[in-house]
Design a binder for this molecule. Structure first.
Ligand code: BGC
Length: 725
């Protein structure tokens, strides 16, 4: 008797605890669905239309089941358009920390702000464009061109966002690798590269229980992503067992029945960006009535949307929407103490590329020149241009829908000046990009810091002739000439670079007078503070490049494609391409210096799994793919003189029995902070999929037999320990 009571209590708890439980969330969704009319269902899956609601996307509501209109809002680095929010470092800058803790905290802090403003769905994080083309406009919104790394960064960000009670949206799915012709071009990739490279981070996103996925603008094999049965139904919903819902990118829907039957679940913004034409809405109702879209398909769309809403726990006590996307300046202060994590990432994402004879850190220099517009605030304020669509003053994020309004932006000059004043350092400045004034300032100082940058963004804004994608990989505003001019007159020239992605450094990197180069990325509101922490050695630099910097644009092997893109490079992008073709990069993937040095010892590599590993279907694909099957360990010692953090990286080479595979692929990384003289163990655990390739004939992941090569090192080329398994 007691046990029956106990059981019924348990099941009551189970219903209440549907948060975080897909089965319970689906049970609730099925119950709620039964109370909805087809009209209501169509309202939930169809956006209310462009600018029709407080958010960038809004759905219909269903008060009888307690479902209010969902608020969907950009973007991947914070709450777009609202005031009172944190301008976090961009995805690519979070990536260059290689710090999973910070990446998780960033996700959580963003989620807290979206929730406080009543946003149900945060339109981020981004795994596509993954960044196969260095010049592509939106790479900075994502985490860089390594699929393993991006998968981990997606997972941590999604867990953080959803822990705050907000639905994450992994985007843009899939093969949306450039801005040029994004709405019309077709991408085709071989099945292996699809699985091992482009789908991989989305699989990790699904495994992390992401609530929603945004299909992209482009076509895949000629068929629009948002009506593509192969990528939506087959890959995402069947192969990866994605339990959430697919929503369109804004205006990326092109059909009624086709999109519905191919697996689309929500149309955004509903109409064609304000044209009042809805593919769904009443048309979907007619299609269901006529049988061209099965009733079960409509029910499935709604169930997916409701289940995600229950799964995240938004059916209870969700805050009201606290801003109006269409009225700039609305919102409220939701920043809490998030400046702290923003600063930590701004700081730890900085990568030291060159440092001759301990030119850095600065030690109370008597005189110091600060040169270049990128060191100074935009005189009209950091938000002077809509969606950050200009490159004036210091650069801290790219442009487009993936931006926010800065609450403030600490420019490098302002933060350095504070320190200089305290140190009694005399500053000379040149706040523009003119070589004449630069040389004047540089001549007057013992050390000169010259700031250059490169910007990019989304195609609906053109900045200085760049229509989203960059026209070339050079620094903007004659940055190369500026550095050269300064280096000509100053023997201690330090270059600081703010950039959306790779730039060409060749015109100055080897100049003798260029004694240090600091890659300061896209640091967000805490830019200057994070930089000062590094320049003055309060923290030793500990970031690593999340991509390869080549010597020429051609060396990268990929470029913006004018028509359709057939992805001829297959698996071989970024360091995989450099390794395969034995091209010497300027700075390889994973590279970054410190003010201290590290020693690597004691490699062990153990394959522990004996089971064949069938596994059952679960979000992310068969569970067996995620079984831990091997462990690699090593010991890292700080053998320098100051405290510092090292990112130890594990690369794996597959046995010869596998088809042609990259020489080495990142399959683990761990950041350890160590005092001078201290040692710590690092341990990398490998999942079955980390040791597998996609067998296109078997349509399955296969773990090849034979000897795996194990490399542990400080970058993709600075391998310190080699073994086999
Ligand atoms: C972008 C998406 C964004 C959406 C809503 C589109 O142009 O590609 O990333 O979420 O607009 O603003």
């Amino acid at each position: 008797m007691y046990s029956a009571l106990f059981l019924s209590l348990l099941s009551a708890i189970a219903v209440a605890a549907q948060k975080g439980d897909w089965t319970a969330a689906y049970d609730s969704a099925t119950g709620a669905l039964a109370q909805l009319t087809n009209d209501q269902k169509v309202g939930i899956v169809t956006g209310t239309g462009w600018m029709n609601g407080n958010c960038v996307g809004n759905t219909g509501d269903a008060p009888n089941i307690g479902f209010r209109s969902l608020c969907l809002q950009d973007g991947p680095l914070g709450v777009r358009t609202a005031t009172g929010v944190t301008a976090f470092p961009a995805g690519i800058h979070a990536a260059s920390t290689w710090d999973v803790e910070l990446i998780r905290q960033r996700g959580l802090a963003m989620g807290e702000e979206f929730r406080a403003l009543g946003v149900n769905v945060q339109l981020g994080p981004v795994a596509g464009a993954i960044g196969k083309i260095p010049a592509a406009g939106r790479n900075w919104e994502a985490f860089g061109p390594d699929p393993y790394f991006t998968g981990i960064a997606m997972q941590e960000t999604i867990i953080g966002i959803q822990e705050a009670g907000v639905q994450a949206c992994a985007k843009h799915y899939i093969l949306n690798e450039q801005e040029l012709n994004r709405g019309s071009m077709s991408s085709s990739v071989d099945d292996r590269a699809m699985h091992e490279l482009y789908l991989w981070p989305f699989a990790d996103s699904v495994k992390a229980n992401v609530a929603s996925i945004m299909c992209s603008y482009n076509r895949i094999d000629g068929v629009y992503a948002c009506e593509n049965d192969a990528v939506l139904n087959s890959l995402l919903k069947d192969e990866l067992s994605f339990p959430g819902y697919v929503l369109t990118d804004w205006g990326a829907q092109h059909s009624n029945e086709n999109s519905a039957n191919a697996g689309l679940d929500m149309a955004m913004p509903g109409d064609g960006m304000g044209d009042g034409n809805y593919y769904w809405g009443p048309n979907l109702l007619n299609a269901v009535d006529s049988g061209s879209v099965p009733q079960e398909r409509l029910d499935d769309m709604v169930k997916r949307i409701l289940a995600s809403w229950y799964y995240i726990g938004q059916d209870k006590d969700y805050p009201e929407v606290g801003f109006d996307n269409w009225q700039p300046g609305t919102g409220k202060d939701v920043q809490g103490d998030h400046a702290t994590v923003a600063r930590a990432i701004a700081r730890d994402g900085i990568v030291l590329l060159k440092n001759v004879d301990n030119a850095l850190p600065l030690n109370k220099p008597a005189t110091l020149a600060i040169i270049g517009s990128d060191a100074f605030p935009n005189p009209d304020g950091p938000n002077a241009c809509v969606d950050r669509g200009c490159n004036v003053g210091t650069l801290a994020m790219g442009w487009g829908s993936g931006t926010v309004e800065f609450p403030y932006l600490i420019a490098p000059h302002d933060a350095i000046k504070e320190r200089a004043d305290a140190d009694g350092t005399v500053l000379t400045t040149s706040p523009n990009d003119e070589t004449a004034s630069a040389t004047a300032a540089a001549t007057a100082a013992e050390t000169a810091i010259v700031f250059i940058n490169a910007d990019s963004g989304e195609e609906y804004i053109t900045v200085e002739g760049n229509a989203g994608d960059r026209n070339d990989l050079n620094a903007w505003h004659n940055g190369n000439e500026l550095v050269q001019a300064v280096a000509e007159v100053n023997a201690k020239t330090i270059v600081v670079i703010h950039s959306v992605g790779q730039i060409l450094l060749e015109s100055f990197i080897e100049l003798e007078n260029v004694v240090a180069v600091v890659w300061a990325g896209l640091p967000g509101q805490e830019s200057g503070n994070g930089l000062v922490d590094i320049l003055y050695g309060d923290t030793a630099p500990n970031g690593k490049l999340p991509y390869t910097i080549g010597k020429t644009a051609e060396d990268h092997g990929t470029a913006i494609v004018p028509g359709d893109d057939s992805y001829p490079e297959g698996l071989f992008i970024d360091y995989r391409h450099y390794d395969k073709n034995e091209i010497e990069p300027r700075f390889e993937f994973g590279f970054g210096l410190s003010y201290t040095t590290f020693d690597y010892t004691e490699l062990t590599a153990t394959y522990t799994d004996k089971s064949p590993g069938e596994g059952s279907p679960a979000p992310g694909g068969p569970t067996s793919l995620y079984d831990e099957v091997a462990t690699v360990t090593a010991t890292i010692t700080n053998n320098g003189t100051v405290t510092g953090a090292e990112v130890a990286q594990l690369y794996i080479g597959l046995p010869e029995s596998a088809p042609e595979t990259p020489v080495r692929q990142l399959r683990g990384f761990q950041k350890v902070s160590l005092e001078a003289g201290a040692s710590a163990p690092v341990s990398f655990s490998l999942r079955r999929k980390d040791l597998s390739y996609w067998d296109t004939e078997a349509q399955a992941w296969v773990t090849p037999t034979g000897e795996f090569k194990v490399y542990v090192g400080a970058s993709s080329r600075d391998i310190r320990l080699t073994g086999t398994m």
